[in-house]
Design a binder for this molecule. Sequence first.
Ligand code: FCB
Length: 450
Amino acid sequence: MLAPTALPPASASAAARAGLTFPKGFAWGASTSAYQVEGGATADGRGPSVWDVFSHTSGKTRDGGTGDVAADHYHRSYEDLDLMRDLGLKSYRFSISWPRVLPTGRGTVNAKGLDFYHRLVDGLLARGIIPVITLFHWDTPQALQESGGWENRDCAKWFADYASVVCYSLGDKVQTWLTLNEPKTVVEVGYTAGVHAPGVRDRRVANVAGHHLLLGHGLAVQAFRATGRKGRIGAALNLSPTYPADDSDAARRQTILADGEENRRWLDPVLLGRYPDDWLATQSPDAPVRAAIHDGDLAVIGSKSDLLGVQYYNPAYITATGGRVQKHPTTQASWQEVYPQGLYDLLTRIKRDYGDIPLTITENGMPSVHATDDEDRITLLRDHLTAAHQAIREGVRLEGYHVWSLLDNFEWAEGYTQRWGIVHVDYATQQRTRKASANWYQQVIARNGI
Ligand code: FCB
């Protein structure tokens, strides 16, 4: 639970926010993920993931959108690399498609799949852009799903084996690794609401999958170390600062519980090697997650992380009955709530409660309905960067910022109806066009500030 802060409101004049310089070497970046941009769904031996199956199931995505082609980045990576260079990006966060490298999730490596990522990394390095690789951005190989997926404890081990292959192969060129992207979303949207792949609607099963995801994170950290490669590894967590919706004691109590579910349930195991007691207490005595937590698991999950990826899209306001209300404007993404000060609260809270682990913002952004004239996105990005800057001034070790997203792309269950890119993609022609926000971001990067 956090006290609101006194940052200038989002409506503060541009002048009040102008002239903020970021630390030397700040990693100005952009993010994408494999299934959302690559396309090439069956190219060069790629196997299916749960998202191929889910998106091809009638009624699961808006207008039946799939990632079959997406932004066709698999075939246009050189053009996209030049685009990144022209923007002046210092860092590019992307994910590796597990079934492109291991078509059935384990066993024989698909050399052509791995080669794609070698070429991409070489292209980034040749352009002076730091590669930041996410190992799991939700595309569990379908063959593993058929063996139980993340409900099966073995999946953590399969993930670590895959991590070992990739980290060893690319580890002489790549220095920054992220294990999981947003395990909370997998648990809540993929396994509880069933709106994302694999489309399960069972809270009890979801928490088991959540534990196995965390175990996979820990085993992947250990697998990375075992490769002997130099570099840093950590998780990328979506976090939401929680605030009471009113000043009742009941709302305050519920807010602490909600903070457990939103934040501490992920941060504590990864950074402190334990589950929060109050979160565990919410699990009934016969909850299957209790049996899923074996002796020694938390020590594995708490294996030392070198950095933390922070993804921020919204705060959470909690009512006296534990419900949620929105207090700030939303966007085309109804779950989003625009409250830039929440990012400041979140970053300073991580430092206060978890110490000085280096942080990088791995996602932040919004969908805009404007094709290229996306002034709304510029305002949002600038306000969040202002909040991030204040946190840096107060001693938070924030090393970088990655806007979600570089390109318009496949937005999961929303298909192609939400455009999150700073670069517009015409899906009929695959033509890329910079939006106003891309031009603005280029200037921000060039002057290392807003
Ligand atoms: C995050 C996901 C990312 C993208 C943005 C809008 O939850 O990690 O892939 O969909 O939301």
